[in-house]
Design a protein around this ligand. Sequence first.
Ligand code: ATP
Length: 274
Amino acid sequence: MSEPFLAVEGLTLDYSTKAGPFRAVDDVSFSVDKGRTLAIVGESGCGKSSVAKCIMRLVAPTAGRISLDGTDLAGLKEAQLRPLRHRFQMVFQDPYGSLDPHLSAQEIVAEPMKTQGLRSKAERSKEVARLFDAVGLPSTSLERRAHEFSGGQRQRIGIARALASKPDLLVCDEATSALDVSVQAQVLRLLQDIQQETGITYVFISHNLGVVQEISDSIVVMRRGEIVESGATADVLQTPRTDYARTLRRAALDPSAMTGIKPRHIVSALAASA
Ligand SMILES: Nc1ncnc2c1ncn2[C@@H]1O[C@H](COP(=O)(O)OP(=O)(O)OP(=O)(O)O)[C@@H](O)[C@H]1O
């Protein structure tokens, strides 16, 4: 059998602190098939973002493997990672702070292509226009700066920028959390459409259970750096083993209580099993 597209094995991360090493991620393993979405959930401080930073190789893990399409990213040095970086991109939580205020929207989206020398100027402009269209931003806004957009529009710019280098893997760290419910639903739908069209793989980090239920095929529940529960989203909801997953199930059965977003496929899976 071929290896999953993303396979994380025994991932461990120690931060060095004044009080000595602090283990934020402890022997974490999971995998995601191509074109699927895995959600990482868990209470604040459980290590979700630390896992994301390891996958993105923004930090070097203390131990473990991060196999992306058969290449172990964990062991690579920055010079070896550079030519691969366009394959894995991240969308951040803060649509306000994560965009360079000095650049126009089209410069922000074109930057990754430029850095990687991927296209000529004319090709870059064409691709920026295509990405603006894909994420639902008006072409008349190409010259505007980040502060002239709404939060939802800024997050669309962030998504367009992440997609500009044609990644195979997108790690979304609380990517919709700063948005209000209706904008959140629009951005989620956009991500789902992009996945259907391109076969991109997502790792979706969120504390918002309604969002997780809506978007994920499988779930990993973390607590204090470790995985305490994992499986297909519908399975974790049908037979929750931890308090966190039980909360998740309650949210699935009463989605309006959590976010107002209707987790369609999960609710129907639960209804079918009832
Ligand atoms: N640079 C760092 N140095 C030391 N400790 C850190 C560092 N970054 C994070 N931590 C600690 O590691 C643990 C995991 O943090 P992390 O940001 O991964 O959690 P999280 O699950 O993403 O939390 P949240 O949902 O609040 O964003 C926390 O206890 C945090 O205080």
